[in-house]
Design a protein around this ligand. Sequence first.
Ligand SMILES: [Zn+2]
Length: 77
Amino acid sequence: MSPPPECPDPACGRRLLWKDTTHTKHGPEFWKWTCSGCRRQYEPTHHDRRRYAHAAPGPAAAAPVVHSSPGPPQPPR
Ligand SMILES: [Zn+2]
């Protein structure tokens, strides 16, 4: 599964967005991105809606942001 994108606001510190499905009463595709840092909501792009259509909603707890010492490159999944 693809990791979620980072907050588009550079001042936020590259927090990850999570898939907020609290507004999907009009349909499962009407979810939004919510930033785990600043809590602002962002409209997913058309590409995002397709790419993350089956992603699990909720905070991306399994993907902490690491700022120090990048490790070896991860193999593509
Ligand atoms: Zn943010």
